[in-house]
Design a binder for this molecule. Structure first.
Ligand SMILES: [Zn+2]
Length: 113
């Protein structure tokens, strides 16, 4: 009899702990413009602001058994957003309120004539 295996797909979240998160971003961030750990980003999946340093790395085994790592939202596994879903502004085009306040303070602190 020719049998076949039924492969259980278990949706478990395995986190790959990163020691130097900036170095990891510098070497693994696939897009142009690597963010700093102190940067704020908006995740369009969970619609929340977060600080880049809080990102997580999810470890998965591909079909070939090869390890695949994804840089994902700090709210994973509840949120399935990856770094491709990170914006530097929200849906209305607003920057993060904390960042906006910082920029505002910097403008106010500029010496006037
Ligand atoms: Zn998210």
């Amino acid at each position: 009899m020719i049998g076949f295996k039924i492969i259980d797909v278990i949706m478990s979240f395995v986190e790959w702990k990163i020691k130097d998160k900036q170095l990891y971003l510098n070497t693994h961030y696939p897009l142009v413009g690597v963010p700093k750990l102190t940067d704020r980003r908006f995740c369009i999946h969970c619609e929340q602001w977060f600080t880049v340093k809080d990102y997580r790395v999810q470890l998965e085994y591909g079909f070939s058994g090869k390890k695949v790592k994804y840089i994902v939202c700090p709210n994973a596994p509840e949120c399935d957003g990856t770094l491709l879903d990170w914006w530097d502004h929200d849906f209305e085009g607003n920057k993060d309120i904390d960042l906006a306040l910082q920029e505002c303070n910097q403008i106010q602190r500029r010496p006037t004539d």
